[in-house]
Design a protein around this ligand. Sequence first.
Ligand SMILES: NC(=O)CC[C@H](N)C(=O)O
Length: 222
Amino acid sequence: MKAAVITFPGSNCDRDLAVAFEQAGAQVSRVWHKETRLPDGLDIVGIPGGFSFGDYLRCGAIAARSPIAQAVTGFAERGGHVLGICNGFQVLLEMGLLPGALLRNAQLKYICKPVGLRVETTQTPFTSAYEQGSVITLPVAHHDGNYTASAETVAQLEAEGRVAFRYTENPNGSVNDIAGIVSENRRVLGMMPHPERAFASIHGSTDGRGLFDGLIGAFAPA
Ligand SMILES: NC(=O)CC[C@H](N)C(=O)O
């Protein structure tokens, strides 16, 4: 599997995401946001967590207008896989690759703690290594993780089985306890919790590893 990880000024999980991809067996390129092209032959683009452009304006809004953004959008529109974690999820919403928005947490506080997540569907390349309905623990670290969307959009996400992960105890006020969603073609995943921070036993949980293992499996030569 060939992966690229984008770095914006203020990204702080780009290296962690690259290491997780690498340790799962991927070949990883690091791409600075000022690039206008992605490397050839990519299977997946990772948009990491952090505080791109200092979270000025809305989180992710400036990053979504970076030079590399058009290349990422084009890649996704051609059926490429994209994984956005935390700030990466915020960027994907601002790019319009996923529906809805992430508001300030309901309690207006930054939250940094492990949370329980139910795997709601295994019918995505990101979740295929998990068991349907299993509960995993991943850390969250955000102040704008309160997912919202119109009632029609939420109903559509639910009806199409596009909620990938749901909080077992809602930490931020997200509608329907939504922690992560996929695009209509199921190849773009945005999620607030951090699987790359629960990858190795030294992290205290390895529950995030399944996401990377699932991806490697999805791109394994037949
Ligand atoms: N860890 C992160 O990616 C932080 C995301 C975002 N900037 C927030 O605090 O909501």
